[in-house]
Design a protein. Structure first.
Lengths: 489, 247
């Protein structure tokens, strides 16, 4: 999509065709992998780099779509400052005044795209892909980036299953100038996946990526696109008022909780979607904790009058000015309360509640994940399933909810308007510190609040769980002590 | 090469020193000063001497409207506060310092860049680049890929694409922004001596042409000391107060 009247990027028309064996800035072109609409991909080697690498070279000829060029510039600008497992590692780039290219880590294997030819896919697979992609998106959002082109061909996987997002040609980074913002008069994105606000030229809403992911999950689950494949702006705008057919009408074995999650992703108003990708990932991995609303059981779209009402509301409804990619993440944190309900003193339990209340009352849309650990033996895992194990598990869960109750009431965490504001988990593990750290990592927890053992003698014998969590965890940790009765001795 | 851009120092010694120290710490090996060395603040002589010494070592310096006003003396068109500041500033400068200011050029071209106080289209008319249309006007008036300007005290970055579209951007301090030469860039580092974007920390920027990277910076300085000197000099107290707010 482009302004045709302005096309014609002649300064870059002079590059000759590439050939295997050619060396560009030390990178030797080994094999032509792919010719896409926007770029050529070459497998390359370099004496200084052992990593498998590809070189992406934009397809630029005179009169070509300027979106190709600007998109490539955007990717050249953004990829070098992204880090971590959810993006391909950046190696080098070539200037537009010489020969433009990007060299990056070569991820083996196909994208998610070919898998869609087999849709509808098993529910478990849809959920697993959804959770992994949501985790990847949260990591990008934390790095101040909105991807804005989430779709199967832009998703790859590492051998361990970690999702990797590729192609940042339409992305927007909070800390860099947005080269696409002013350049084009048509919405930028991929038709079937574009969020309603993207169609209205909003480019700084991280929840646009959740909408696109919702479209993808819907398609994987049902084999149908929720809003078809429109090729006009008018067709794109239909999603502002026309509801998708509920997945369960097309796929009767879709569990209600999954329909709840997908339809929430597809909400027109980003405020009604999950607050963050981390919360979406959390829901996908904890189905029993998903708060079900009317979305979960819907079997048909609204009637014509309702659709007309939605259309009427959509007309002239321009999106609100908002903050940026990371500001909404900062407001929508996940706080984990790790409570030893079986072992902690009443004073410590109260101190934990007080600390949490202080930290949560200023964050109206934070989620509280209450967790306790049921210690199991390192061997003999089958014992977990026996009667005694189960009753201990249930007992701990009851105690955990009882502990949280005053906090939940004071902060109205169970108010349905907040979504799932509070969740409860009993983790069964031989090593509590490890279980807490792992839970926090898997669920993108922002802040762990936990107690310290009260007696120093106990700490000496048993070791300090909190000290290990502080040392090993990726996120912030607050260690709470019961200060009562600690006067001078 | 690492070029430190410092502008609108406005006789604020504390802010200027903080910028120079920080620039040095970050490896700056060249300096460009984009005018308005004097006016508002209480240390015009010290600031002019420091700039003059750096210019003798190869630094770039261009003339600002305040520098020109002090050289030319009070005009009828100035409001009474401005007249007072200009008169006071003149009284603080010796002939050598005034001579240095009077010889400053309106614009300089070096390092594939244009250095100017206000804009490229009419540097001596002192029109402000406060929006996209003025930025386009200025970028059309030069072939240099980079224009570095002062006059506007809030940091801002404009770019003009190969397709002729202008975009603006409010920079985040400390983030290196790629500024490739196939676009044109209009860079406002923001004022060192009198920031006005609500953040009282002094503004400066670092440009690395070989890497096509530009980083806007903020550095805290002893605002109370700078403000107290303004009060002690009998300059309008508002000029000291506003430093604390950064407005």
């Amino acid at each position: 999509m482009s302004d045709n009247d302005q096309a014609g990027a002649e300064p870059v028309a002079r590059y000759g065709p590439l050939e295997a064996g050619q060396v560009i800035d030390g990178f030797r072109l080994e094999e032509h992998l792919h010719q896409g609409g926007m770029a050529n991909l070459w497998r390359v080697t370099h004496p200084d780099h052992a990593l498998p690498m590809i070189m992406k070279v934009p397809r630029i000829k005179g009169g070509e779509d300027p979106a190709t060029i600007v998109g490539f510039e955007v990717e050249q600008m953004i990829l070098p400052i992204l880090r971590g497992a959810h993006v391909p590692q950046f190696i080098a780039k070539g200037d537009f005044t010489a020969r433009p290219y990007i060299v990056m880590e070569h991820l083996d294997g196909p994208s998610l795209r070919p898998r869609l030819d087999h849709a509808p896919l098993p529910v478990d697979e849809v959920v697993s892909v959804g959770a992994r992609v949501a985790t990847a998106l949260h990591d990008l959002h934390r790095q101040h980036l909105v991807h804005l082109d989430v779709k199967p061909s832009n998703i790859m996987f590492r051998p361990d299953g970690t999702a990797v997002m590729v192609d940042f040609g339409l992305s927007r980074h909070d800390h860099l100038p947005d080269l696409l913002d002013e350049e084009f008069t048509l919405p930028m994105g991929t038709g079937p996946y574009m969020s309603p606000e993207q169609i209205q030229f909003v480019r700084d809403e991280p929840r646009s990526d959740l909408f696109a992911l919702g479209v993808m999950l819907y398609y994987m689950l049902t084999g149908k696109r929720p809003f078809g494949q429109p090729d006009t702006v008018r067709g794109l705008r239909e999603r502002l008022y026309r509801e998708p057919v509920p997945p369960r009408a097309l796929r009767p074995d879709c569990p209600p909780w999954l329909q709840e999650i997908i339809l929430r992703c597809l909400e027109v108003d980003p405020e009604k979607r999950h607050d963050t990708a981390a919360m979406l990932a959390f829901d996908l991995t904890h189905p029993e904790q998903v708060a079900l609303t009317a979305r979960a059981t819907r079997m048909q779209t609204s009637g014509r009058i309702d659709t007309f009402r939605r259309w009427f509301a959509a007309v002239g409804n321009e999106p609100k000015e908002r903050g940026n990619a990371s500001s909404s993440i900062a407001q929508h944190t996940i706080v984990m309360a790790a409570v030893d309900v079986a072992g902690a003193t009443p004073g410590l339990m109260e101190a934990l509640r007080e600390t949490l209340q202080r930290s949560l009352q200023n964050e109206r849309s934070a989620r509280l994940a209450c967790v306790t650990v049921m210690k199991t033996k390192r061997i003999g895992l089958d014992e977990l399933t026996d009667k005694a194990g189960e009753s201990v598990h249930v007992k701990l869960l009851v105690q955990l909810k009882h502990w949280a109750r005053p906090l939940v009431q004071a902060l109205q965490l169970d108010d349905p308007a907040r979504g799932a504001g509070v969740t409860y988990q009993v983790l069964e593990a031989p090593d509590p510190a490890n279980a807490i750290v792992e839970f926090a990592r898997r669920n993108a927890v922002d802040h762990i609040v936990m107690g310290a053992r009260s007696s120093s003698a106990m700490r000496r014998f048993l070791g300090s769980v909190s000290a290990r969590v502080v040392a090993e965890s990726d996120c912030s940790v607050t260690v709470v002590r019961d200060m009562a009765g600690r006067g001078t001795q | 090469m690492k070029l430190a851009l410092i502008t609108d120092i406005h006789a604020n010694r504390e802010a200027f020193e903080a910028c120079l120290d920080e620039a040095q710490r970050q490896g700056a090996d060249r300096y460009a000063f984009l005018g308005d060395f004097v006016g508002y603040g209480a240390d015009p002589a010290w600031v002019v001497d420091r700039v003059r010494a750096l210019v003798a070592e190869g630094a770039i310096a261009v003339r600002g409207n305040h520098d020109e006003a002090v050289v030319r003396g009070v005009r009828e068109s100035m409001n009474s506060d401005a007249q007072h500041v200009v008169e006071w500033t003149r009284s603080q400068l010796d002939d050598g310092q005034l001579d240095f200011l009077s010889r400053l050029p309106y614009a300089m071209e070096r390092y594939n860049s244009l250095f100017v106080h206000a804009n490229a289209y009419a540097p001596q008319a002192w029109e402000y680049v406060t929006g996209r249309s003025e930025a386009v006007h200025s970028l059309h008036a030069t072939t240099a890929p980079y224009t570095f300007a002062g006059h506007v005290h809030e940091p801002q970055l404009y770019n003009l694409s190969g397709l002729g579209k202008i975009a603006d951007f409010t920079p985040t301090p400390g983030i290196a922004i790629p500024v490739p030469t196939h676009r044109q860039w209009f860079v406002l580092p923001g004022s060192a001596g009198q920031p006005r974007d609500g953040n009282p920390a002094a503004c400066w920027a670092l440009f690395e042409p070989e890497r096509s990277l530009l980083t806007f910076h903020r550095v805290p300085y002893d605002i109370d000391a700078a403000a107290n000197k303004i009060f002690a000099a009998g300059l309008p107290p508002r000029l000291g107060e506003r430093l604390k707010e950064g407005l």
